[in-house]
Design a protein around this ligand. Structure first.
Ligand code: C5P
Length: 289
């Protein structure tokens, strides 16, 4: 008898830089970005059902099941594999919605990886990445499961090796809708593409020093608390926004340095610290090809 219940983490991601290099005919934007996983995330419990149903026991306020990414992820796994087992999914949200930390995408990826194990499907990682893309542009990254440079709409991934780091993350009290940011007239869509294959040393500076998020000026103009959070963190270094916002982060050299920044901001802001994660916690639940 295999496992009947799995407790899994759906980690946050941050975008160390994010350049918009173009726009496809279907409206999606071409990006170059660096994704990194953090050791904080949502908690998900998957309980095996023999009747084939997919249910979610913790409802997401206002989201019908057919739009709920974790339910869609589970139905996608059934449809792609023909598996007749079901699952009940409970999500304890710790990551903000509209936060740019990939919370919903990460939940979906962890459900796919979790069901790969719970239902004994043994789908290879690269196949799961392909299946994941229709759920959202950054779901494939979470399945990929390690620090990565991304191109395309975020689905073409190569590994990036970076030293371990601590991050201070501030959650401004706003939820930023990703489509609104990408649709803005003010968005710069013609950043010069970096050479990603081989990622020359000079371009590493983009990750470490000259990092820029092209979505940041747009989000700050539409949502002033994002700019306020950047200003608060700027007293301690060079902060940036993650994804399409609202969250902003600052890299620190040590846990103690990160804790000092957190303590200085905690009265005014929702703020926390997290360490970089080398590998997704469910890495082993998809096999290589
Ligand atoms: O794929 P995801 O659901 O995260 O994207 C939400 C919206 O953000 C898309 O519908 C699209 O409007 C915009 N988007 C984009 N280009 C990307 C990713 C997202 O235009 N690479």
């Amino acid at each position: 008898m295999g496992e009947t219940e799995l407790h899994v983490l759906a980690p946050a991601k941050i975008n160390l830089f994010l350049h918009v290099t173009g726009r496809r005919a279907d409206g999606y934007h071409l990006l170059q970005t660096a994704f990194r996983l953090l050791d904080r995330g949502d908690d998900i419990v998957l309980r095996l059902r023999q009747d084939g149903d997919v249910t979610r026991s913790s409802e997401l306020a206002g989201v019908p099941p057919e739009q709920d990414l974790v339910v869609r992820a589970a139905r996608l796994m059934q449809a792609q594999t023909g598996c007749r087992l079901g699952v009940d999914i409970a999500v304890t949200k710790r990551l903000p919605m509209g936060g740019g930390l990939g919370g919903g995408s990460s939940d979906a990826a962890s459900v796919m990886l979790g069901l790969n194990r719970l239902w004994s499907l043994e789908v290879p990682r690269a196949t799961l990445q392909e299946w994941a893309l229709p759920l959202g542009a950054d779901v494939p990254f979470f399945i990929y499961g390690q620090t990565a440079l991304a191109e395309g709409v975020g689905e073409q991934l190569v590994p990036l090796s970076l030293p371990a780091a601590w991050y201070v993350v501030v959650e401004p009290p706003v939820s930023v809708p990703t489509p609104q940011i990408f649709a803005s007239r003010e968005l710069t869509r013609d950043s010069k593409p970096l050479i990603m294959s081989g990622f020359p040393a000079k371009d590493k500076l983009v990750v470490e020093n000259d990092a820029r998020n092209d979505l940041q000026p747009v989000a700050c103009a539409l949502y002033p608390p994002v700019q306020d959070a950047l200003d608060a963190l700027a007293r301690f270094g060079r902060p940036r926004m993650s994804g399409s916002g609202a969250c902003v982060f600052l890299a620190c050299e040590s846990e103690s340095a990160a804790r000092e920044v957190e303590a200085a901001l905690a009265d005014e802001w929702k703020v926390w610290i997290a360490a970089s994660l080398e590998r997704h916690p469910l890495w082993a639940w998809a096999r290589g090809e």
